[in-house]
Design a protein around this ligand. Structure first.
Ligand SMILES: Cc1cc2nc3c(=O)[nH]c(=O)nc-3n(C[C@H](O)[C@H](O)[C@H](O)COP(=O)(O)OP(=O)(O)OC[C@H]3O[C@@H](n4cnc5c(N)ncnc54)[C@H](O)[C@@H]3O)c2cc1C
Length: 342
């Protein structure tokens, strides 16, 4: 989301404080729209919301482009449940959090600060945006997920009684997606291990084993046909209320995929490893791994005030963008000055 491309360094009257030196909030009321100039002392060129792979990559390029950047990260990357990541060239098998720790270390060479926190809201102000953090949930020493939080906690103090506020000329949203698993007993504990979503990421490790697909929507047939590439022993289970179109059933049967009609009610496990799926009739179907398509929810509630237009898709509600990746202008209806790149 871009409001302006003028670097904060070059803004008239802007004095860049020393890196890591606390600065003080201007005495403005953040709740008064248009009251705060974005060239106030604490303005950044870009605040990146989310310090996962996308946010840190963006921060690296912005830092190298001599932009003054703040990354605010709540420290819950989507793949934190997985011990290893796959399919990333040169990094295959690396623990996901190690990749992020490396990324943060690389950012130390640039004018990029990384802080831990949860952005609660964004408000339009004169020539920029005010970004409010919910609360301080750490200062670089890690959090409940064991995710390190890097360096730089200098320029974002100034608790206004409700949280910390920073000012910026642009915001880059990289806050990712939240996965909501279907309500099947025992599934959550296995997520990121023997229960996963993407066969390209984790299918190789269970190739040729007893695989299952938990169908949650008609689209699950596609996931099952895909998963068949990794094993000839593939069973489709139905979550409560899920249906498979007749045509899809025909294609699955043609590839030797069995569909269990009794709804799945529980994932059975021993020592953290999946052992089977229990269906409503009490039968336990032995299994080594299960593919599930969680419901996807973009983590972008903090955009509510700006309210870009959304679009409902088969996999959830997302920001609507044009062919160039730009959203609608925020509430003001002012054309052309804002964009969000997904
Ligand atoms: C179990 C699992 C395993 C996976 N394995 C692989 C794999 O092996 N290979 C692969 O290529 N892909 C894999 N993926 C996909 C991968 O996780 C995503 O593609 C990747 O994480 C997307 O990166 P991101 O930076 O967009 O989002 P994320 O990694 O989710 O990072 C977003 C960050 O933004 C933060 N955030 C959210 N809201 C706020 C807020 N309001 N304020 C501040 N910060 C906020 C979050 O806490 C998080 O740290 C896997 C996914 C899952 C679920």
């Amino acid at each position: 989301m871009t409001a302006s491309t003028t670097p904060a360094h070059d803004a008239p009257g802007h004095a860049t404080p020393a890196h890591g030196t606390p600065d003080h909030a201007p005495e403005h009321d953040i709740h008064t729209p248009h009251a705060i100039a974005a060239d106030a002392p604490r303005a950044y060129d870009t605040v990146v919301i989310g310090g996962g792979t996308a946010g840190l990559s963006a921060a690296l390029l912005l830092g190298r482009a001599r932009r003054r950047v703040l990354v605010i990260d709540a420290g819950r990357p989507r793949n934190r449940f997985a011990a290893h990541m796959h399919g990333a060239l040169g990094l295959d098998g690396m623990p996901p959090l190690e990749l992020l720790a490396r990324g943060r270390a690389e950012l130390e060479h640039y004018d990029v600060e990384v802080v831990t926190g949860e952005v609660a809201s964004i408000r339009e102000v004169t020539r920029g945006l005010a970004v409010r953090r919910e609360k301080d949930i750490g200062n670089g020493d890690g959090n409940e997920d064991g995710h390190g939080h890097g360096h730089g906690h200098g320029n974002v103090d100034g608790d206004d009684g409700e949280g910390n506020v920073v000012y910026t000329r642009s915001v880059l949203v990289a806050s990712g997606i939240e996965d909501h698993l279907p309500g099947i007993d025992g599934l959550d504990a296995l997520w990121g291990g023997d229960v996963f979503a993407c066969p390209y990421c984790h299918g190789w490790e269970v190739r040729g084993r007893r695989l299952g697909v938990l169908a949650t929507s008609p689209m699950s047939a596609h996931q099952a046909l895909l998963a068949r590439q990794w094993s000839e022993d593939l069973t489709v289970f139905l979550a409560a209320g899920a249906e498979l179109p007749r045509e899809a059933r025909g294609r699955l049967a043609a590839r030797g995929v069995v569909v269990v009609e009794d709804p799945a009610v529980a994932a059975e496990s021993t020592g953290g490893r999946l052992t089977g799926i229990r269906t409503a009739d009490g039968t336990v179907h032995p299994l080594d791994a299960l593919l599930v398509s969680p419901a996807l929810q973009p983590r972008d509630r903090f955009l509510a005030e700006i309210a870009p237009v959304r679009v409902d898709t088969l996999v959830g509600s997302f920001l609507q963008v044009d062919a160039n990746g730009r959203t609608s202008p925020p509430g003001s209806g002012r054309p052309g000055t804002w964009s969000i790149r997904g």
